[in-house]
Design a protein around this ligand. Structure first.
Ligand code: CDP
Ligand code: MG
Length: 163
């Protein structure tokens, strides 16, 4: 039940100086940060992260816009660990479309754009953060972004209360 999940603060989150704000929310929930780095992606790497699956689900145009968005500036790549971490992190970040993301979630609190607006403008939805969607994606993304030795095993002081 203890899972690892991959999270990236996208270029808009970094440029808006929301790194601390985002990290605080996962720490507050008692999740454990086990790997972190800043990385500026090139398009080849971006295409490995946003795989064919995005084209199938969202269309080739969205994948192209998304790849251009994710290389606009450095991102903060992280691995977080916790009980049902994949699902819990998705709950904390909120819905993909900021317009519908609930207040209290990262996307609900820090952005508000709709699919409609972004599509009309021909823009990717800048929604601060990426998090793995399921177990299979989490495994793939963690392997893609991090070497084994970049992930750490340690105990946090509050562990006995949150587990
Ligand atoms: O990020 P999440 O897993 O919530 O959603 P996704 O379906 O995996 O899509 C990945 C990303 O594509 C979203 O976070 C948006 O930034 C972007 N997107 C977009 O720009 N326009 C859409 N119509 C759908 C998604
Ligand atoms: Mg996704």
């Amino acid at each position: 039940m203890i899972e690892k999940t991959f999270i990236a603060i996208k270029p808009d989150g970094v440029q808006r100086a929301l790194i601390g704000e985002v990290i605080k929310r996962f720490e507050n929930a008692g999740l454990k940060l086990i790997g972190i780095k800043m990385q500026w992606l090139d398009k080849d790497f971006a295409l490995k992260h946003y795989t064919e699956d995005i084209s199938k689900r969202r269309g080739e145009k969205v994948r192209e816009m998304l790849v251009n968005y994710i290389v606009e500036g450095p991102v903060i790549a992280m691995v977080w660990e916790g009980i049902h971490a994949i699902e819990i992190v998705r709950k904390i970040i909120g819905d993909t479309e900021p317009k519908g993301a609930a207040p209290g979630t990262i996307r609900g609190d820090f952005c508000h754009v709709s699919y409609d607006y972004a599509d009309k403008k021909g823009k990717a939805i800048r929604n601060i953060i990426h998090a793995s969607g399921n177990k299979q994606d989490a495994e793939y993304e963690i392997k893609l972004w991090f070497k084994d030795k970049e992930l750490h095993s340690y105990e946090v002081s509050h562990e006995k209360y949150v587990k």
